[in-house]
Design a protein around this ligand. Structure first.
Ligand SMILES: [Zn+2]
Length: 201
């Protein structure tokens, strides 16, 4: 008799290749999901399916199903102020917590001491796109919202060094008060994020 292979072993292996899971972690996650109701599992699957249609805004690299994201498309947004983050998820955090009406730019990768060529290529390509955006929208202020960790500080420094000579009139600021050395913006509480944006320097 032929045995049907219904163990999600293959799914465990796929998940274990992601940065989020070890093989044990993937097993635990699937076991947790397996115990949920059919409706809950289907709701999660629907989110996954929707996510497959999400790409990146061609201008700022925030999540978008269209060529331009909701921020870049919105005529009410102040296009002359741009807040730069590494991850598009940090854009969500700032948007939810700070009173900010400018637009955003997601760099995609952090600069670090390690010379990972793939990362360097992504950063270089994005910085070229950022330069185009600054020129196109006559950007007056760029707020660097990278983490306060050493890769985050190195990234902020790199952006400053590259952009300052080409755009002498551009104000390049950094999130201020509230965050300390080693802090990651995503873990900041709402008030800290709000104050840090207001107190940028
Ligand atoms: Zn955009």
């Amino acid at each position: 008799m032929q045995e049907n292979g219904s163990s999600p072993r293959q799914l465990v292996q796929i998940l274990a290749k992601t940065p989020a899971f070890s093989e044990k972690g993937a097993e635990r996650f699937l076991e947790w999901l397996w115990k949920k109701s059919k409706e809950e599992r289907e709701a999660l699957l629907k989110e996954w399916t929707d996510f497959t249609a999400v790409g990146a805004c061609e201008q700022c690299f925030y999540f978008s199903k269209d060529n331009l994201c909701r921020f870049c498309q919105n005529p009410e947004r102040d296009k002359s102020t741009v807040c730069l983050t590494v991850s598009p998820f940090t854009i969500d955090i700032i948007e939810q917590n700070a009173d900010f009406n400018g637009t955003y730019f997601a760099l995609g990768e952090e600069a670090s001491g390690h010379h990972n060529l793939k990362k360097i290529k992504i950063i270089q390509t994005r910085i070229e796109k950022l330069k185009d955006l600054i020129t196109k929208n006559s950007v007056k202020e760029l707020i660097l919202a990278t983490d306060f960790t050493s890769p985050g500080e190195a990234t902020a420094q790199l952006i400053k060094e590259i952009l300052a000579p080409s755009f002498p009139d551009l104000r390049i600021s950094r999130l201020g008060r509230g965050f300390h050395s080693g802090d990651m913006i995503s873990y900041g509480d709402p008030l800290t994020i709000k104050k840090a944006l207001e107190g940028r320097e």
